[in-house]
Design a binder for this molecule. Structure first.
Ligand code: PLP
Length: 455
């Protein structure tokens, strides 16, 4: 049977709902991902492009051949650009410079003009929305899509995404989890679904640094911090975020969001963006708390991972930003993973007094110290043993440690592997010294290795 479409606009929406099977290991509550990254433009924002333009046409706010202008983190631009291409409008978009290069190139490829602005707070004259409004004033027959205020945005999800979720689940949906940028997606879906099932819980996933969670909990905006996940979180409360329909927000930091987006891609075959990682992290928390196979969680996966191939889907970028949990496999990496405050080798000479050594240990928060003389490891002392000697009156605080030395810590090379290190530390050795060339430059304790194994 023929299955033809008049234009790509008819292919927006009706995205699949797919169960997460691997990142959910050990959890009993099923989680289904709403695959919005499968929209033609790769994100949930395809759904609002056409309704926004049609609304403007209906109200006579734009005439044929006009220009659609928007301040966008990228994906709304794509949604608008696709609809504008089909309907014959031009587009100009302003984008903050923290957005990925792929997004900017994509918007240009879809025929839009792109103006990149600095990532600055809303009161700054170069804020991307302020710049967009300025362009609107200067461009005849132009229309400002205004996704953070335009109620057509959440209404498109009330009319489309919400009913779709209800139909796909046969009305069996207990918890909806999603990020909130304009809030359009989560608000529209939440309103529709709560009208159908007032017991439905709606949980917003908020990046650490965004102000949405704090606002929901205290009614105050507070001050935010910069974060790297794109498309969600806010430094203001948009009029398109219908707060009353969102029950609570949970916070996720960049590192967890990106690592989860990578896992969802690798383990589920769902190639998603960072905001999906934020939402899935929250969905997993809820699944664990519910611990009920009869409840069903739906999590929105808003965008494709393709736009982040030079960012968090790239190991180098993850490493540079310290987001990668690398398993330390050799001594050099183990040393790098020690907290910076604790990385320098602390040693003493055998002429030092017990008092000086105890003071040093207390100051540096360490419980043992190697005795190094002329570059060689000649012994070690432990805080517990020195204290016992003093308490038993077997030694005085002014004595030198010389006569109370214990055996030296073994010295190993920086290329030795973790297995070798573990074997040595598992025996009688409390710590190992690391030689780098002719010099002893590092120390690894049992604590360091246990920390590395569990991070
Ligand atoms: C990657 C990404 N995730 C999530 C969202 C959030 O969607 P909404 O604006 O409907 O809250 C956006 C919005 O631009 C986005 O770009």
């Amino acid at each position: 049977m023929a299955n033809l479409h008049d234009s790509i606009l008819q292919c927006i929406g009706n995205t699949p709902l797919v169960r997460l099977n691997h990142v959910t290991e050990g959890l009993r509550t099923p989680i289904y991902g709403k695959c919005e990254f499968m929209n033609p433009g790769g994100s949930v924002k395809d759904r609002i492009g056409l309704p926004i333009i049609e609304d403007a046409e209906k109200r006579g706010a734009i005439r044929p051949g006009g220009t659609i202008i928007e301040a966008t983190s990228g994906n709304t631009g794509v949604g608008l650009a696709i609809a504008a291409a089909v309907k014959g409008y031009k587009c100009i978009f302003t984008l903050p410079d923290k957005m990925s290069l792929e997004k900017i190139r994509l918007l240009k490829a879809l025929g839009a003009e792109v103006v990149v602005t600095p990532t600055v707070p809303p009161e700054h004259p170069e804020y991307y929305t302020t710049v967009a409004k300025h362009i609107v004033k200067e461009t005849p027959n132009s229309y400002f899509a205004n996704q953070f205020y335009n109620q057509v945005n959440p209404e498109a999800h009330y009319a489309g995404t919400g009913p779709e979720l209800w139909a796909q689940t046969d009305g069996k949906i207990d918890v909806l989890v999603g990020g909130s940028g304009t809030g359009g997606t989560i608000s529209g879906c939440a309103k529709f679904l709560k009208e159908k099932n007032p017991n439905l819980r709606v949980i917003g996933a908020d990046p650490l640094g965004s102000l949405l969670r704090g606002f929901k909990e205290t009614g105050e905006l507070g001050s935010g911090e910069v974060y790297k996940v794109e498309g969600i979180g806010n430094d203001k409360i948009p009029e398109t975020t219908w707060m009353d329909f969102i029950d609570e927000f949970r916070t996720v930091d960049d590192k967890h969001s990106f690592n989860m987006a990578r896992r969802v891609s690798r383990e589920e075959g769902l190639f998603v963006g960072g905001s999906s990682g934020t939402a899935v992290t929250v969905a997993l928390q809820i699944a664990e708390e519910l611990d009920d196979p009869d409840q069903r969680i739906v999590v929105i996966l808003p965008s494709t991972g393709e736009r982040y191939l030079s960012k968090f889907h790239n190991d180098e970028w993850m490493r540079e930003n310290r987001f990668l949990d690398e398993v330390a496999t050799d001594v050099r990496k183990l040393l790098q993973q020690k907290p910076a405050s604790n990385r320098d080798l602390v040693s003493v000479e055998s002429s030092a007094t017990i008092k000086a050594v105890l003071d040093l240990m207390s100051d540096k928060h360490i419980s043992q110290v190697p005795v190094i003389e002329h570059g060689e490891s000649v012994g070690s002392v432990r805080e517990s043993r020195l204290m016992a000697l003093i308490i038993e009156k077997s030694a005085n605080l002014d004595d030198s440690i010389n006569q109370y030395l214990e055996s030296p810590f073994p010295v190993i090379g920086a290329n030795e592997n973790l297995e070798f290190v573990s074997r040595l530390l598992g025996r009688d050795n409390h710590a190992l010294l690391v030689r780098n060339g002719p010099e002893i430059t590092g120390i690894l304790t049992r604590h360091d290795v246990i920390h590395a194994m569990n991070s």
